[in-house]
Design a protein around this ligand. Structure first.
Ligand SMILES: NC(=O)c1ccc[n+]([C@@H]2O[C@H](COP(=O)([O-])OP(=O)(O)OC[C@H]3O[C@@H](n4cnc5c(N)ncnc54)[C@H](O)[C@@H]3O)[C@@H](O)[C@H]2O)c1
Length: 344
């Protein structure tokens, strides 16, 4: 049996990945390490740990900045996939202290443990983000696009991304850096756009779009992202070690078009759409160039936008108990550079 450590496995993508690995690799034991911040929940796990013992799934409630804990866990693992992070851009404008602590120092702690146990660990995947690129300077953004992080979240992720790269060069750790573009799907926190829009339509509440809603993103379904990470995890070392891979679709859509599409699909009332000031540090466009992962590993997304959006809406409609208790975390007070206070 192989053992895989998933940090941040109680959050949106990390838990999606835990489900994916649990179902796809019956010969793998999963260890999740998660500090259960406001963004994480044991309800997201593939097995109900509060009901039963399962020898394929172990949960450690703990913080990635705890180096001793990371040593204990990493030393038992064949694979490490590091998702744990503070992940919400707007929250990083409100208070960025935890972002640098978790996203940079936490990554350093995990990378230190991988370095210590690199004879044991076959592969370490660091989950970075397309946010490290800033606004697209080219029609599609390849892995060579300059890194121009525009918010504290993006800067912390860029720091962690380059930290892992430096450990590859200096200490030859078996690391790969993955830069997913915007993920969507089940169990995503209500602070993020698509779940916020869907739940607002259910509640008949206003949907607040920043600026004119013309900023656009490349949305990839979380299951496709998990498949890409799984392929990178199992690819021959000479193809992936020390490399960076984008994971996206190569298509972008505007936030306003997504809000309108969700309202239409759910038979909502268009008058719930309202507009607020642009978010500070807003990235105007993100579009992935996914040719590298396509050429090297043969990965391409399988879930089309229409299908993915329909599945996502269905999940939120069927899991109201899951999201109702998170409603209070949707609005974040920020202070703009000109001193103006507002909720985003
Ligand atoms: N969601 C996206 O669209 C997206 C896109 C690109 C990259 N990413 C990256 O993917 C990763 C996962 O994102 P997500 O959307 O699932 O985030 P999330 O906020 O839903 O989950 C983060 C998880 O990390 C845990 N965590 C936070 N601080 C921790 C700490 N100090 N120690 C241990 N656990 C801690 C939380 O409890 C939570 O379970 C992050 O690294 C994020 O930067 C996300």
């Amino acid at each position: 049996m192989k053992t895989i450590l998933i940090t941040g496995g109680a959050g949106f993508i990390g838990s999606g990945f835990a489900h994916y690995i649990y179902d796809k690799h019956p010969d793998y034991k999963i260890i999740v390490a998660d500090a259960l911040t406001y963004a994480g929940s044991v309800e997201n796990f593939p097995v109900p740990i509060w009901k039963e013992h399962n020898e394929r799934f172990e949960f450690w409630y703990g913080n990635v900045v705890n180096g001793e804990l990371m040593d204990t866990l990493v030393s038992q693992c064949d694979y490490v996939v590091h998702f744990a992070a503070e992940s919400h851009v707007t929250r990083s404008i409100y208070d960025n202290s935890q972002f640098f602590q978790t996203d940079v120092i936490g990554t350093q702690m995990v990378a230190n443990s991988v370095c210590k146990y690199k004879e044991r660990v076959r592969r370490f995947i660091h989950i970075s983000s397309s946010e490290v690129y800033g606004t697209a300077l080219t029609p599609e953004m390849s892995e060579d696009h300059p890194l121009n992080p525009m918010t504290p979240y993006a800067a912390a992720k860029a720091g962690a991304d380059r930290l892992v790269y430096s450990y590859c060069q200096t200490y030859a750790i078996p690391a790969v850096i993955v830069r997913p573009f915007n993920n969507y799907g089940p169990r995503q926190h209500l602070e993020k756009a698509i779940p916020r829009f869907v739940t607002s339509v259910v509640l008949g509440e206003e949907i607040r779009v920043h600026g004119d809603g013309g900023m656009s993103r490349d949305f990839v379904h979380v299951e496709d992202n998990c498949e890409a990470i799984d392929m990178i995890l199992h690819a021959p070392a000479d193809k992936v070690t020390g490399e960076v891979f984008n994971v996206g679709t190569g298509q972008h859509r505007t936030i306003i078009s997504i809000a309108e599409e969700i309202i239409t699909r759910m038979n909502g009332d268009k008058s719930i759409l309202t507009f607020a000031d642009e978010r500070p540090g807003q990235v105007s466009r993100h579009t992935a160039d996914i040719s590298k992962i396509g050429k090297l590993l043969g990965w391409k997304p399988k879930i089309g936008w229409q299908e993915g959006l329909e599945m996502t809406i269905k999940w939120y409609m069927e899991n109201e108990d899951w999201w109702r208790k998170r409603l209070w975390l949707r609005d974040i007070p920020i202070v703009r550079a000109d001193g103006k206070r507002e909720f985003h």
